[in-house]
Design a protein around this ligand. Structure first.
Ligand code: ADP
Ligand code: MG
Length: 703
């Protein structure tokens, strides 16, 4: 990609402000005065055809009149005159454009925005925006925005899709004590999007962690690729997680796949750590920007109070780093740094008697011990200890431990003196929080980051067949009949082409044919209505199971036909499917959606009729390898059911995971054709006995 253009925007040596103004209150005034007064060292050129001089700088009618090179142009003029200005920038050889102006796609003016991008690309320029606040960078003292001041300095950089939120975050950095080097507003993302900025920040020496506020974007696959290749922690808050588009979904999966779930899956697969809300985004950013990843799962908590210790223990379980007792030799040593009534288990309770020395010695030993992968230090303010002294003791213990490369987070609960001590800790590279669960959540983020990174290193092996041409033939036949869904029989044929184990299923047009096909398949059989107009067959009385002889097949044929007609008089009926009766097994659901952002995405959950109520499902962007699929099986609340409950044998997880893997190959291979699909239920048998898909549904993309 064009790094130069982005350098021009992020670290420009000279900036032109197009629309610079000497009238306070105008954006062109604010941007110019922010650049002049907040430490920017490069050259600044105000552009305004109606002025000789603005804020003490010589003004030029056009960038073309500026006698020197211009790296970045910050554009604040009205939307309708932006394109000619961009043309001039191109002729001048400007590298990058920061377009603050609004009034483009966000108000429906898509074509104007496209024209703008085209014009910029003609001259090899890239666009940040339009409709943005601007770019702020502490490392270069550059406030190229209309936000009032640079943020509290820090090591993370924030990319925000919301301008208003960026300004609010800017102010709140001082109150929260969480700093940033850069704040980058990306607005409409007409050209540069999250992926481009992340790619650039990965090489930015002033950024150690990348913080994202996301509302939604288009090219999810590219985002994932870039995040995977990034070697700095990325933390994201996705807004707008309430379910979208669920109302009209035709499949079970469609109604279960909210944006939150799919984004969540994609983040995990791309190694991106998620934040649950704005506070959490700051908390996790602080830890990820200051501390190394937590490479194992052994978390040790050291505290002077039982209460905060218990709260931290609860949080550890909640956030995925449950506490274990430290080995005996660790406990023995720790006992030396506490009174008789202390506890060397985990959490390690030094008791309210603990002064700086005990803290120091216990931390110094624990931090260096190979069993410990991460350390949380808790402190309750007491009458006999000085928070600042404790803070300094913590810092020197870590520094003198002889170890490094492990994370530590801290929580002080107390008053002003504790707050001050925590600020001191943060200034010295140790994240500190006002509540124990926040310190634990922060270290959990470092553990999540390390785990995600390990998963990324795992090769993705695909499974299943690839019979695209045959599958396309089946799909084309359905389309030729004007249908946008496949019948169960057709869907199962497509599934089978990709190696999914489906029940043998044949189509009977007449009662006599039903009898002969039943004999061919072997009793007992299942019979189901086959109609493009009846998607939920049971609802229409269209399913009869466990039919053991000719007599029952004949009766079922008549009943199903009658039921179908009663259900929907004008339903097109292809006939009745005769299929082998699969033995009982645990019912699960597999399904797919073609997500607008991330494309083909797999779902797995416990099946049966309550699936939409329980919503106990999990997602992965395709392709899904067998080992990834095995992890999906462990993610749902009902996971223990697959392990075998109440004396049942454990289920064949391996076969189920392979089926998920093959399914994911299918939806990827047929991404242009399939919009949604599901297999509900898939019956899962005891270990070694495999799985069986007994129902299948494929909804086609509209063409
Ligand atoms: P629909 O979901 O359209 O109502 P299904 O094909 O899923 O219809 O059938 C309804 C239920 O009948 C399934 O949930 C399953 O319990 C049972 N069933 C369907 N087909 C078979 C089969 N081939 N073997 C055993 N049970 C089946
Ligand atoms: Mg079904």
């Amino acid at each position: 990609m064009n790094h130069q253009a982005l350098d021009g925007i992020m670290t420009p040596r000279s900036i032109a402000v197009i629309g610079a103004s000497s009238t306070p209150g105008k954006i062109g005034y604010t941007v110019l005065s922010n650049l002049i007064n907040q430490g920017y060292k490069g050259k600044i050129f105000p552009i305004n055809p109606g002025a000789e001089e603005i804020l003490g700088l010589k003004a030029y009618p056009s960038v073309l009149d500026v006698p020197e090179d211009i790296d970045a142009a910050v554009i604040t003029i009205p939307a309708k005159i932006v394109i000619p200005a961009v043309e001039e920038c191109g002729k001048k050889g400007v590298k990058g454009l920061v377009i603050i102006t609004s009034g483009f796609s966000e108000v429906g003016k898509r074509e104007l925005e496209e024209e703008l991008v085209q014009k910029a690309h003609e001259y090899n320029m890239r666009i940040l925006g339009p409709n943005i606040v601007g770019v702020l960078a502490n490392s270069s003292g550059m406030n190229a925005s209309f936000a009032p001041y640079l943020p509290l300095p820090g090591k993370a950089s924030l990319v925000s899709q919301s301008g208003a939120l960026l300004i609010a975050i800017d102010a709140s950095t001082y109150v929260r004590g969480v700093g940033f080097d850069k704040l980058i507003s990306i607005g409409n993302m007409s050209d540069l999007d999250f992926a481009d900025i992340i790619e650039w920040l990965n090489d930015d020496p002033n950024t150690t962690a990348i913080t994202l506020y996301i509302e939604g974007f288009k090219n999810g696959r590219r985002f994932m690729d870039v995040c995977r290749r990034t070697n700095k922690p990325i933390i994201a808050l996705k807004a707008g997680v309430s379910s979208h588009g669920a109302a009209a979904a035709a499949s079970h999966t469609g109604s279960l796949a909210g944006a939150a779930k799919v984004y969540g899956a994609a983040f995990q697969q791309a190694g991106v750590v998620q934040a649950s809300d704005l506070d959490n985004l700051f908390d996790r950013t602080l830890a990820l920007s200051l501390q190394p990843p937590m490479k194992g799962d052994n978390l040790l908590i050291i505290t002077n109070g039982g209460g905060v210790g218990v709260l931290a223990t609860d949080a550890a379980e909640k956030y995925g780093v449950p506490l274990k007792f430290a080995p005996a030799e660790v406990q023995e040593e720790l006992k030396k740094h506490m009174p008789e009534f202390g506890s060397a288990k985990n959490p390690v309770d030094l008791t309210g008697m603990a002064g700086t020395e005990w803290y120091h010695n216990a931390i110094k030993f624990a931090y260096a011990h190979p069993w410990v992968d991460g350390l949380v230090v808790l402190y309750c303010e007491t009458a006999v200890t000085d928070p600042m002294e404790i803070a300094q003791g913590i810092k020197s213990a870590i520094d003198n431990s002889g170890a490094n490369g492990k994370p530590v987070t801290v929580s002080f609960v107390g008053g002003e003196r504790s707050d001050k001590a925590m600020r001191w800790l943060v200034d010295h590279g140790i994240p500190a929080y006002g509540a124990p669960d926040r310190a634990v959540n922060a270290i959990a983020a470092l553990n999540e980051y390390a785990r995600n990174k390990t998963l990324l290193a795992e090769p993705i092996t695909l499974c299943g067949g690839e019979n695209r041409n045959e599958a396309l033939q089946i799909i084309e036949r359905a389309r030729a009949e004007g249908r946008d869904s496949l019948t169960e029989i057709e869907a199962k044929q497509v599934f089978a082409l990709y190696g999914l184990p489906v029940t043998k299923t044949l189509l009977a047009k007449t009662e006599d044919e039903a009898v002969s096909l039943a004999r061919e398949i072997g009793y007992p059989v299942v019979m189901k209505i086959v109609s493009p107009d009846i998607l939920h067959k049971s609802d229409a009385g269209g399913v009869k199971v466990n039919l053991k002889d000719e007599q029952s097949v004949r009766e079922a044929f008549r009943t199903i036909m009658a039921n179908a007609k009663a259900y929907k008089a004008d339903a097109r009926i292809h006939g009745i499917a005769i299929q082998e009766m699969a033995p009982w097994g645990t019912e699960v659901i597999l399904g797919s959606v073609n997500d607008a952002t991330f494309g083909p995405t797999m779902m797995f959950g416990l099946g049966g009729i309550f699936v939409e109520v329980l919503k106990d499902v999990t997602f992965r962007v395709a392709p899904v390898s067998t080992s990834q699929a095995l992890r999906m099986l462990g993610e749902i609340r009902g996971a223990p059911i697959l392990a075998g409950v109440r004396g049942e044998e454990p289920r064949d997880k391996r076969a189920l995971a392979e089926t998920i893997c093959s399914y994911s190959t299918m939806i990827l291979d047929l991404a242009d054709e399939i919009s949604e699909s599901d297999a509900n239920p898939v019956l899962v048998y005891a270990e070694g006995k495999g799985v069986k898909v007994v129902d299948a549904r494929i909804i086609l993309k509209k063409k």
